[in-house]
Write a protein of this length. Structure first.
Length: 616
C-alpha cells in the first residue's frame, strides 16, 4: 500500500476516534481587531475563521500545573499586560504520540508529547463587533465541550466548533485538561495534612474542568455568553467526565444542563488508585504506588522487588520530591504506549469523597445526590465496530488496511451485543436513575451510510460506530481526503439534513433546557425518556433512507442481554457466546468474573475471559 492510502487510513481512524484530520496545520491567522475582548485576566484578540465565527485559541484558564503544582488542584491564571494574541493553539497535555495525535505528526507512539503547561480554552462565538456583543438578557447560551480520548490522549485543538456556534447562536468553549497519569494520581506522600482536600483528592483532570467552568462563569459575558445558561457536553471520555461533573459537589451550580455522547460510568476507588497490585486490598496494576516502583526501577532499582524495598525506606518528603521531579518519560513508563493507538487505562476518576463521592456514580444517581439539571444521554448503535475494525480477526487487512469481513456473522454479533451493553450501562441505567429527579432525553445514532471503497464496505465495517455522530453534531461532513471513506456525494444531502437536525436539537437544548422540536420547531418532538410497556422512549437519528429521525421504544437490562446471548441461534459455538460474555467482563465489569462462570448454565466456566481479545 502506498503512502497516500496509509495517510488516508490514518485520517479515517483520527476522524472517527477524535474528530479531526486533514492537511498539516496552516500558519496562524492574522489577529482581527474586531475580536478584541477584555477578560478578567487581560485583553485578548482572536480572528474570524472560514465558517465566519470569531475564534480565540489557547486562552489560559489556570496557572500552568508545573513544578510544585504538578498533582495539585489548578490555580486561577496570572494576569497579563497588553493584548494577548489568541490566534495560536496552546500546548497539548502530555500523552503518548502516534497516528491519532494530530499535533505530533508522525511521531513514534512510544514518545511522550505535549507539555504540562496546557490548561487553555478555545472559544468560538457568532461574529459581533465590539459594540454589538450581546449584553444582559440578550446574552447567548454557553456550551462547554470536553474532548474524548480515553482520558489519556486528545486535545481541544482537534475540534472545530465555529459552525455549531454560528448556526445555533451559542458561545462554545473547548477545555483542555490534564490527562491520564498526570490528571488522576493519588499518592499519600505527595501532600501534607495541611493542604486542601482538592490538592489531596487525586482528581486533577476533573478539577481542571471545574476550574474551566469557573473561568467560563467569570468570562462568558466578554464573548456575549450568559454565565447562568451553561451546558456541558462531551463524547466518549468527555461523556465520562460530564457524568463526573454531574455527581461532583465541587461542580454544583456551574452548569444548567448536560449532554453525554457515548459516555460510561467509570471510576476508581481510593484503594485501586493507591495500593500496590499485590497488596491485601489490591490496587490497579498502574496505581500511584506501582508508578513509583517503575520510576525507581528506571533510576536503578534492579527489579520490582528491589524497588519495593527501596520505597519502604524512603520518607514521604523524599517520595514527593522524587515524583514531582520525575521526567515525563519516567512517569509514563508503566503504561503501554501501543495500547489502542496511545490510549491507556489507569485508576482514573478517584472516588475520594470530596471531588467525587465515595459511592459509585450509578448509586449517586439512584439516590438523587447528583446535580439535578436536564440531561441528554445517547450512544451509537454500532459503538464497538470502531475498535473491532482494527483488532478483530474477522477483518481481513492488507498492511493494516481493512478490506472485507472473513466472518461477517461473528463480527456483527460481537458488535451488536457489545454495543448494546454500552447503551445499557452508559445510557439506560443512568437514564432510569436520573429520570426520577428531572428531565432526561435519550438518543441512539443509527446512521450507517458510509460508501464502499474498492473491496471495503464501510457501511458494514464501521456503520454507526463510536464517535461517528461527532461529524453531524459539529456540522463537519467535508473531511477532505477522508470523504471517500465516510461521506459520498450521492448521499451527502441526506447526511447534511441529519447534521442540521442534530445541531438544531443541541442548540434548542442549550437555549431552552429541552430539545423539543429543534430551534426552528420543524423536527419531530423529542419526548423525555419514560418507561412504557414496550420499553423506554428514545430518539433515533438516521436519514430518511434509514427510517428518519423518529421516536422509538426499546430497552433491555443486563439480565435480558445475558439471556439473549444464551438463546440467540446465530451463534455457531458455545465459545462464541463466551467471547461475548467475556466482552461484558471487559466492559468495566458489566459482568463480574464470578458471574461470568455462572451465565448460560456455566457453559463458560472452563473458558477464562482473558482468552479473548475482543473486549471493548
Amino acid at each position: 500500500m502506498g503512502a497516500a492510502p496509509r495517510i488516508a487510513l490514518r485520517c479515517v481512524v483520527a476522524l472517527i476516534a477524535l474528530g479531526a484530520c486533514g492537511a498539516p496545520e496552516a500558519p496562524s491567522p492574522e489577529p482581527d481587531p474586531v475580536t478584541e475582548r477584555e477578560l478578567a485576566s487581560g485583553r485578548i484578540v482572536g480572528f474570524a475563521n472560514d465558517d465566519g465565527a470569531h475564534v480565540w485559541r489557547g486562552v489560559p484558564f489556570a496557572k500552568p500545573p508545573v513544578g510544585e503544582l504538578r498533582w495539585r488542584a489548578p490555580r486561577p491564571p496570572e494576569s497579563w499586560q497588553g493584548t494577548r494574541d489568541a490566534t495560536r493553539f496552546g500546548n497539548a497535555c502530555p500523552q503518548f504520540g502516534g497516528l491519532i495525535a494530530r499535533f505530533s505528526g508522525e511521531g513514534d507512539p512510544t514518545d511522550v508529547i505535549g507539555s504540562e503547561d496546557c490548561l487553555v480554552a478555545n472559544v468560538f462565538a457568532p461574529p459581533f463587533a465590539p459594540g454589538d456583543v450581546p449584553r444582559g438578557d440578550a446574552r447567548l447560551p454557553v456550551m462547554v465541550w470536553i474532548h474524548g480520548g480515553g482520558n489519556s490522549i486528545g486535545s481541544a485543538e482537534i475540534y472545530e466548533l465555529g459552525r455549531l456556534a454560528r448556526s445555533e447562536q451559542v458561545v462554545v468553549v473547548a477545555l483542555q485538561y490534564r490527562l491520564g497519569v498526570l490528571g488522576w494520581f493519588r499518592h499519600p506522600a505527595l501532600h501534607e495534612e495541611g493542604e486542601s482536600a482538592d490538592d489531596r483528592s487525586g482528581n486533577y483532570g476533573t478539577l481542571d474542568l471545574i476550574r474551566g467552568l469557573e473561568w467560563v462563569r467569570e468570562n462568558a459575558s466578554a464573548f456575549g455568553g450568559d454565565p447562568d445558561r451553561v451546558i456541558v457536553f462531551g463524547e466518549s471520555a468527555g461523556g465520562i467526565n460530564v457524568y463526573s461533573l454531574l455527581i461532583s459537589p465541587r461542580a454544583r451550580g456551574l452548569f444548567q444542563g448536560a449532554i453525554v455522547q457515548s459516555g460510561a460510568l467509570w471510576s476508581s476507588s481510593v484503594d485501586e488508585a493507591v495500593n500496590l497490585s499485590d497488596a491485601p486490598v489490591p490496587g490497579h496494576p498502574q496505581s500511584s504506588s506501582e508508578v513509583l516502583l517503575s520510576v525507581l526501577q528506571r533510576r536503578g532499582a534492579e527489579d520490582r522487588a528491589a524497588a519495593v524495598r527501596e520505597a519502604a525506606v524512603l520518607s514521604p518528603d523524599r517520595i514527593g520530591a522524587l515524583l514531582r521531579g520525575a521526567s515525563l518519560e519516567e512517569i509514563f513508563s508503566p503504561f503501554d504506549a501501543k495500547e489502542r493507538a496511545g490510549m491507556y487505562r489507569g485508576p482514573f476518576l478517584v472516588r475520594d469523597g470530596h471531588v467525587l463521592p465515595e459511592a459509585p456514580p450509578l448509586a449517586v444517581f439512584e439516590a438523587g445526590a447528583h446535580q439535578r439539571v436536564p440531561v441528554i444521554l445517547g450512544s451509537n448503535r454500532d459503538e464497538t465496530k470502531l475498535f473491532l475494525l482494527f483488532s478483530d480477526d474477522s477483518v481481513t487487512r492488507l498492511f493494516g488496511f481493512p478490506l472485507w469481513l472473513s466472518d461477517a456473522r461473528r463480527y456483527d454479533l460481537l458488535a451488536e451485543y457489545q454495543s448494546r451493553m454500552w447503551k445499557e450501562t452508559g445510557v439506560d441505567e443512568p437514564a432510569q436513575a436520573m429520570s426520577r429527579y428531572g428531565d432526561v432525553f435519550v438518543y441512539r445514532f443509527d446512521w450507517d451510510e458510509e460508501p464502499r471503497v474498492l473491496f471495503a464496505d464501510y457501511g458494514r465495517l464501521l456503520g454507526a460506530a463510536h464517535a461517528m455522530e461527532l461529524f453531524f453534531v459539529l456540522g463537519h461532513l467535508d473531511v477532505g481526503r477522508a470523504n471517500r471513506f465516510l461521506f459520498d456525494e450521492a448521499r451527502r444531502p441526506a447526511a447534511e439534513a441529519l447534521s442540521a437536525a442534530m445541531m438544531s436539537y443541541w442548540g434548542r437544548f442549550a437555549h431552552g433546557a429541552a430539545p423539543d422540536r429543534g430551534r426552528a420547531g420543524d423536527l419531530p418532538r423529542w419526548q423525555p425518556w419514560l418507561p412504557t410497556p414496550a420499553g423506554a422512549r428514545f430518539l433515533v437519528f438516521d436519514t430518511e433512507a434509514g427510517g428518519g429521525v423518529r421516536m422509538a421504544e426499546d430497552v433491555a437490562d443486563r439480565e435480558d442481554l445475558f439471556g439473549e446471548v444464551a438463546r440467540d441461534p446465530r451463534f455457531a459455538t458455545t465459545r462464541e457466546r463466551c467471547e461475548v460474555y467475556a466482552g461484558f467482563v471487559g466492559w468495566d465489569e458489566s459482568l463480574s468474573e464470578e458471574r461470568y462462570a455462572e451465565v448460560a448454565d456455566g457453559a463458560c466456566a472452563d473458558i477464562p475471559p482473558g482468552e479473548f481479545e475482543s473486549a471493548p
